[in-house]
Design a protein around this ligand. Structure first.
Ligand code: BG6
Ligand code: MG
Length: 213
């Protein structure tokens, strides 16, 4: 088997939470008085909370209007909305194919890792009861540099002692695919070609990926 490890992004890859991130940012944009579309949200996927806020404010033409402290308050406000949305999160929000992929990987002794920008990642893994599947969890609380920097993926591989060429990264964001490709990992896009043109492979869900190729 060519691959020894699968590194999964969380939001929009394992669990249907990307929509809640969007709704959280949309609520903030509504309050600030500018429109924010699903298409604009594509650029916010995968990047850190503060980087997403900067981009959102830029889209609204307001990035020069606020102090650092005000920006931190706005990021906290969005996170409050997000936590409200995921308060009732249950196993039904796991995306299709996830459990099949995990079971197949276990049978083939392929390591399972998380590579997420989110600081809420552990909480979500717990709520979904999937924490025990992971050999390694790297999230937004453990990295200094956010995607498209590859740190969140290389840290996993380094800690597991696996060469980058032996890793497959599953991502729904362009920033995440860029990060994976920058270090020679195979980049699997979960989503539409128009949003993820640089993916090595494109799948509807993580269960579709053929590990033997
Ligand atoms: C990524 C999401 O997984 O995590 C982004 O794609 C989000 O939309 C980022 O901004 C940070 O998440 P959190 O939960 O720390 O605000
Ligand atoms: Mg994602």
């Amino acid at each position: 088997m060519r691959y020894q490890c699968g590194i999964f992004d969380l939001d929009g890859v394992l669990v249907d939470t990307a929509k809640y991130h969007y709704l959280g940012w949309k609520r903030l944009a509504d309050r600030l008085g500018f429109p924010f579309t699903l298409q604009q949200n594509e650029a916010l996927k995968g990047i850190s909370r503060m980087a997403a806020l900067e981009l959102l404010l830029e889209m609204g033409g307001l990035n020069k209007n606020f102090s650092q402290q005000e920006k931190e308050q706005m990021a906290a406000e969005k996170n409050k909305y997000y936590l409200e949305y995921i308060d009732q999160l249950g196993e039904e929000e796991l995306l299709p194919g996830v459990m099949e992929a995990f079971e197949r990987m276990r049978r083939n002794e392929i390591k399972i890792a998380l590579g997420s920008a989110s600081k809420n990642a552990r909480l979500i893994l717990k709520r979904l009861h999937i924490e025990e599947y992971f050999d390694m969890v790297i999230d937004g609380t453990l990295v200094k540099k956010a995607k498209p920097d590859p740190e969140v993926f290389t840290l996993s591989a380094d800690k597991l002692g696996i060469f980058y060429e032996r890793c497959v990264v599953f991502e729904d964001s362009l920033a995440g695919l860029m990060a994976a490709k920058a270090v020679g990992m195979t980049a699997v896009g979960i989503g539409e070609k128009e949003n993820l043109p640089i993916a090595d492979y494109l799948c509807k869900n993580v269960g579709e990926f053929v590990w033997e190729q």
